[in-house]
Design a protein around this ligand. Sequence first.
Ligand code: LP5
Ligand code: MN
Length: 240
Amino acid sequence: MSALFISDLHLSEQAPENTRALLNLLTGPARGVGAIYILGDLFEYWAGDDDGDSPLNREIGAAFAAVAAAGTGIMFVAGNRDFLVGDDFARRAGMTIAPDPMLIELDGRRVLLTHGDMLCTDDQAYQAFRRQVRDPAWQEDFLRRPLAERKLVIEGLRRHSETAKQDKPQEIMDVNASAVEGLLRSHGYPTLIHGHTHRPAHHLHDVDGHVCERWVLSDWRGTATWLLWDGSSFRPYPLS
Ligand code: LP5
Ligand code: MN
C-alpha cells in the first residue's frame, strides 16, 4: 500500500501559498494514495475546534474530507502547535487522530511515527512547558476560556517562544540521540519518521546492532515537500 507523509505545513491566513500547495497536493499527487499521515504542525497554531469555522479552516477540512471520501485514510499525529485539534475538526476533515508515537506497518515493514518534539529532551524549558500543556486537565481548563482570550494567550506564547529560541543553542533544538535510540529500542527497532526540527534528512542509527532508518521531514517554507512510501521504498518529493 502506498502512503504519503507530511508535516510542518504551518498553515495560516498569513501563508496562503502553503494552503494552495496543500490543495494542489491533495488534488494531484495524493490522489489514489492508500493513506496520508500528517505528522503535526499542519497549522501555525490551533486554538480549539471552535475556530474550525474560519474560512481557512473550513477550506482545509473540506479538502481533506474530499480525499477521505475518495478512499484515502487520513491520520493526524499532533504537533506542538496543533495538539488542541479535537474530535469535531477531525470528523469534519475525515481524519483520525492518532497517538504520538504511533507504530504502523507498511507492506510488512514496521514504521514509527512521531511529531518529534518529544525527542528534543535537551530543551528542558520546552519539555517542562510541554508537560504542562499536554495535561488533559490543563487543556480542559484552557478550552473553557473564550476563543478570543485563548488567541491572545497564544500570541503571547508565540512571541515568547520566538525570543526564547534565539537564545537557545542550535544543538538543544535538535533531537537527542539517546532519546531516539531509546524510542527505537522500545518499539523493536523500526524505521522512524518525524518532523518538527525542520532539518530534513535521512539518518541511519545503529541501535544494539540493528540499523534503523530515520527520516526527518521538511517544513513547507518555500516548497511543499512530502515523503512517499511506494510499496517498497521511501522517496522524498519533490525529487531533487
Ligand atoms: O514551534 P517551534 O518549532 O517554533 O518552537 C517549539 C517550541 N515552542 C512552542 C510554542 C509554539 O511555537 C507557539 C504556538 C503554540 C500554540 C499551541 C496552542 C495552545 C497552547 C496554549 C499555551 C498557553 O512550542 C520551543 C522549542 C522549539 O520548538 C524547538 O524544539 O524551543 O519552545 C519554547 O520556546 C518554549 C519555551 O522554552 C518555554 C515556554 C514557557 C512558557 C511561558 C509562558 C508564556 C506565556 C505567555 C502568555 C502571555
Ligand atoms: Mn513542531
